[in-house]
Design a protein around this ligand. Structure first.
Ligand SMILES: Cc1ncc(COP(=O)(O)O)c(C=O)c1O
Length: 375
């Protein structure tokens, strides 16, 4: 059994495979000296839209901005509320606040870590000001969208997908970002499709929303120096778009490698009673495994042990959003969302990135088993 370090993410190894293509692309952009929006961005927008089976892609500066712009495009603003989950990356709720609205939370399902559709109606009954529902497709798996869309439709509330972690994931054959009124993607370097910095995109089938998004990302104007609304500076850089176009060509093979690694962990940890590997939901026809998050007994002890073994891990997410100090004013308290709070205590992400070898995966699984065997 090997004893080399295993990183949670290995972008240097990924880059080594595509270095020549990327540097040629970067050189082309540098030669052209056009750095903001332009042809590379338009091309990448079309590629992501095609990949995600959706009509429009509107590039922007980050996944956080994608949330802000998408919510604004469906009319969310001051005095409104947006329903989302308390178990996600901070931006999911933080960028609701930047629209002028307030987040309202609904607990998650134990197995999928995603919004629990059976709890949505009760929250909406108590919060008539909710103007959008935003489930998160966490860790590379889509939320159970049909019941959420049905509730939204019955109440006239649009559903926005936070698809930041899930490019290429499928719900009953539909790609993330093509299911709701709009999808929000992040190309942060650690995502399955990662830029060389920050980048994001909103996807939508809706022509009017796409038109308004194209203005919102450039200060609210369609024509230079003419402003119908006040927007933002959230343009996508040509350099990022060009690098992402190269990387998109490899995304399916990287995704397959992630899926292989996840399947191997499931097999190797199947009879380890102290660890639960994440199941794939029946409606999840393509799980892209941005993270492989186990539930572990004595999670903090296991994390420390794996760190000593030079195996990278991360706790996503240690403090649920409703218990963050900045949201104290919303009036939530411990115990309000028990499934999210339990996930915060038990969950641990272990390496699943595409550059891992089968030996790496076997080594990580063996070290996890060794930790519990010694107890
Ligand atoms: C679920 C989720 N939502 C939103 C974001 C925000 O994306 P970004 O970091 O590109 O602003 C992220 C990324 O970190 C995320 O994981």
């Amino acid at each position: 059994m090997q004893n080399k370090p295993v990183a949670l993410l290995d972008l240097k190894a990924q880059y080594a495979h595509i270095r020549d293509e990327v540097t040629a692309t970067v050189a082309r952009i540098c030669d052209g000296q056009t750095f903001v929006l332009g042809e590379p961005v338009t091309t990448f927008e079309k590629e992501v839209a095609a990949y995600s089976q959706v009509k429009h892609g509107i590039g922007c500066a980050s996944g956080s901005d994608a949330i802000l712009l998408a919510l604004k495009a469906v009319g969310v603003g001051a005095g409104d509320e947006v329903l989302t989950v308390p178990y996600s990356f901070f931006a999911t709720a933080g960028y609701i606040v930047h629209t002028g609205a307030q987040p309202v939370f609904c607990d998650i399902e134990h197995d999928s870590f995603n919004m629990d559709p059976s709890k949505v109606e009760a929250v909406l009954d108590r919060h008539p000001k909710v103007k959008a529902i935003m489930p998160v497709h966490l860790y590379g798996q889509c939320a159970d969208m049909d019941p959420i869309l049905d509730i939204g439709k019955a109440r006239g509330i649009p559903v926005i997908e936070d698809a930041a972690q899930s490019i290429g994931a499928e719900y009953k054959g539909q790609r993330a970002g093509s299911i709701g009124a709009a999808g929000c993607f992040s190309f942060y370097p650690g995502k399955n499709l990662g830029a060389f910095g920050d980048a994001g995109m909103v996807t939508t089938h809706d022509d009017a929303a796409a038109h308004s998004l194209r203005a919102l990302r450039v200060h609210g104007g369609h024509t230079k120096y003419v402003h119908d609304t006040v927007g933002w500076n959230s343009r996508l850089d040509a350099l990022q778009a060009a690098v992402l176009s190269v990387k998109l060509r490899y995304l399916d093979q990287w995704t397959e490698a992630r899926q292989r690694n996840a399947d191997l962990y499931r097999e190797l940890l199947r009879d380890c009673a102290d660890v639960q590997t994440p199941p794939v939901a029946s409606y999840s026809t393509r799980h892209v495994h941005n993270q492989f998050v186990i539930r572990a007994k004595n999670r903090d002890g296991l994390k420390q042990y794996l760190t000593e073994q030079q195996i990278g891990t991360e706790i996503y997410y240690p403090i649920p959003l409703h218990l963050q100090t900045c949201f104290a004013y919303l009036g939530y308290k411990p115990g309000d969302f028990p499934v999210s709070e339990q996930a915060a205590v038990e969950s641990l992400a272990i390496p699943v990135h595409p550059e891992l070898t089968a030996d790496d995966v076997a080594h990580v699984a063996e070290r996890i088993r060794a930790f519990y065997a010694a107890r």
